[in-house]
Design a protein around this ligand. Sequence first.
Ligand code: BGC
Length: 393
Amino acid sequence: MNVLKRCIYGFSILSLALISVQCKGNQKEEKQENTTQKMDSVSIEKKEYGTTPAGQKVDVYTLKNQKGMEVNIMTYGGIITSLKVPNKAGVSEEVAIGFNNLEQYTKPNPYFGALIGRFGNRIANGKFTLDGKEYQLAINNRPNALHGGPEGFHRRIWTAEEAKGGDVASLKLKYVSKDMEEGYPGNLTVFVTYTLKNDNSLDVLYEATTDKKTIVNLTQHCYFNLSSDFTKPILNHEITIDADKLVPVAATLIPTGELKDVTNTPFDFRKPKLVGKEIEAKDEQLKNGLGYDHCWVLNNQDKGERFAASAYDATSGRLMEVYTDQPGIQFYSGNFLDGTLPMRNGGTYARRTGFCLETQHYPDSPNKKDFPTTVLSPEENYKTKTTFKFSVK
Ligand code: BGC
C-alpha cells in the first residue's frame, strides 16, 4: 500500500513538473511571438475595393511602416490610390492625387497613380518596326499611341502576392499581357513589386519576360503634390534633375531625335529650381509641352541605380528623392489637368496641381535608332528599379 502511495505521489510530482516545464515553454514561445510582432514594424492589410463595370473584383492593399508612411495600392491598374507621408511637424498627410472610389478610376482619367505599360509615353503614329515587320498600335493620343494604349496595363486586373519580413512590406503584382494585346507582339509576363521600407522609401521593381521579341518601357504615373493641398498648384515645388540634356519634342510631343544641352534654358534643373520660375518663359519647348512635359537624359547612365531627381516643398518641408537605373525621367507639370476630375473630398483637380516624375526610356525609342533600345528578346530579362524616398528638411 505504502509502495503504491509512494508511486502515485512520485508520479504526480513528475507530471506537475512536466506540465510546468511545458507551460514555461509555451510562455517563452508566446513571449517570442510578441517580440516578433513588436519588431515587425511594417504591416499589410487587404480589403475589397469594389467591382469594375465589367464585373471584376478589385482589392486594395494598405502597406504601413513605423515612420508614418502609408501607401494604398489596388489590383486594378496597380494604381497607388493613396500615399501618406509625414511633414516636418511629423503629421502624415496625402501627397498623391487620387479618387475616393473605384468607379471614378475606371472612367477616363490621365493615369492617376497607375502602372504604365507596355510602353510608357508616346510612339509616333502608333507605328514601329521589329525585324522588318511593321506593327500598328491603337491611336489614343492623336496622332500617336500613348502609355500602352486605351486598354493598357493601367486598366488591367493584376494578381497580388503580399510579403512581409523585418522592416519591409512588399506587394508583388503580376499581369500577363497576351500576344498582340493593344497591338504589341509576344506574350509578356510582368511583375511589379512595390516595397515600403522603414526609411520612408517606396521601391518599385519592374520585371518582365517575353516569348517573342517585343518592346517594353514600364513606369509609374503617380501625380504628387507634396504640400498635400491639392487646391494649390505645384509651382512652389523646387525640382532638381540630374541631367545635362533634354529630349526635345515637336508639337505632337514626339522627340525630334536630337538631345539638347539644358544650359541657359528653362530646362536646367541641375540646381534646385522652383517649377514656377521659368515655366511661362518664351521657349519653343515649353510651348510644345504647354509647360514641362519632357524627358530628361539622366546623367551617369552606366552607374545603375543612382540619384535622378528630387522635389521639395518648403511649406510642408517634404522632400522626395527619386533614384533609378533608367536612362530618362519624364517631368510632367500636370499641364493637362483641367478642373474636371473630382478631388477626394470635394472640388476638382485644377491645372498643375500635381506633377509626375516618371522614370523610363525616352519617348518613341522604337523609332529612334540612336536612343537606348527598348527591345526585349525572349532570352533576356527586363528588370529595372526606381525608389521614391521621402524625408523632411
Ligand atoms: C505625358 C503627358 C500626358 C500625361 C497624362 C504624361 O506622362 O508626358 O503628355 O498628358 O502623361 O496622360
